[in-house]
Design a protein around this ligand. Structure first.
Ligand code: PEP
Ligand code: MN
Length: 295
């Protein structure tokens, strides 16, 4: 196995997630959706699952605008014990209903190893949040969960540490991992985090794993989200994770950075020429086959 790039040897110990001549790029399948196959896969939805009405309304809007995966936290890592903590199992059921109604796949966060089996029953893609990137017991459990994993970069983690966490999941038996750049903590305070856009080409050079960008948690304010999404499209990110709420002003978490459905549709339309510049398209839902006389 010859490595295509070792980046000064810095990443050379992550053999299970490394980019090699034999494996220059993995495609991770989430249901019938391929991530890492060249098309941009958009995952969108509320920060937190708040109610069935909120989730169904959002799911229908984002599916209509071209998203393929519905995001929404049922178990929320909140920095205050007094903030809304998520609906738990009831939230998972709401997400499953939204999948049944819209055909969208589901990505939702898991915070503890004990929750892995339950969440794996409902989720198509298991999300590891920035605060959990170094929860090694969780990563180990996700190695045996039977579902692909979306691994978000710790807000103070280097790319080496991100790949180390990916290697732990892979070493525990799960090769299906998607990396997510969601902004890191720097001295800048104008944005919630600093989007490390260079992380995308670095990771895609040294790792075989698909890389997506979360412009919402990087920006912290909604007006920056479409611009950061454009940047992700032109550096060949494999997908986007975007927060959308039917009424962001009333959101129980992360309303400031959530787009409303109209803004989300505008963002999706705005991305097209930037993708075209790179010879790419958005991953679209396959046309349903209509056979005459059969319904
Ligand atoms: C989220 O996706 O809502 C979330 C909590 O993200 P992060 O872990 O990146 O803060
Ligand atoms: Mn959020």
């Amino acid at each position: 196995m010859t490595r295509i790039s070792q980046w000064n040897g810095q990443f050379s110990c992550f053999d299970l997630v490394a980019r090699t001549q034999d494996n220059p790029g993995s495609v991770v399948r989430v249901g019938d959706i391929e991530i890492g196959g060249g098309e941009l896969v958009v995952m969108a939805g509320p920060c937190a699952v708040e109610s069935e009405f909120q989730v169904l309304e959002t799911a229908e809007a984002v599916a209509e605008a071209g998203a393929r995966i519905l995001r929404g936290g049922a178990y929320k890592p909140r920095s205050s014990p007094y903030s809304f903590q998520g609906l738990g199992r009831e939230g998972l059921k709401i997400l499953a209903k939204a999948r049944a109604v819209t055909g969208l796949a589901i990505v939702t966060e898991v915070m503890t190893p004990e929750d892995v089996p339950l969440i794996a029953e409902y989720a198509d893609l298991m999300q590891v949040g920035t605060r959990s990137m170094e929860n090694y017991a969780l990563l180990d459990a996700l190695g045996r969960c039977g579902r692909p994993v979306l691994l978000k970069r710790g807000m103070t983690a280097t790319l080496t540490e991100l790949l180390q966490s990916a290697q732990i999941i892979a070493a525990a038996g799960n090769p299906d991992i998607i990396l997510c750049e969601r902004g890191i903590r720097t001295f800048e305070t104008a944005t919630r985090n600093t989007l490390d856009i260079a992380a995308v080409p670095v990771l895609k050079t040294v790792s075989r794993l698909p890389v997506i960008v979360d412009p919402s948690h990087a920006a912290g304010v909604r007006r920056l989200v479409p611009t950061l999404a454009r940047a992700a499209a032109v550096v060949d990110a494999d997908g986007l994770l975007v927060e959308v709420h039917p009424c962001p002003e009333r959101a129980m978490s992360d309303g400031n950075q959530s787009l409303n459905p109209i803004e989300f549709r505008e963002m999706m339309d705005d991305l097209q020429p930037y993708l075209a510049l790179r010879g790419r398209v958005r991953c679209a839902r396959p046309e349903r086959l209509h056979v005459a006389g059969v319904h």
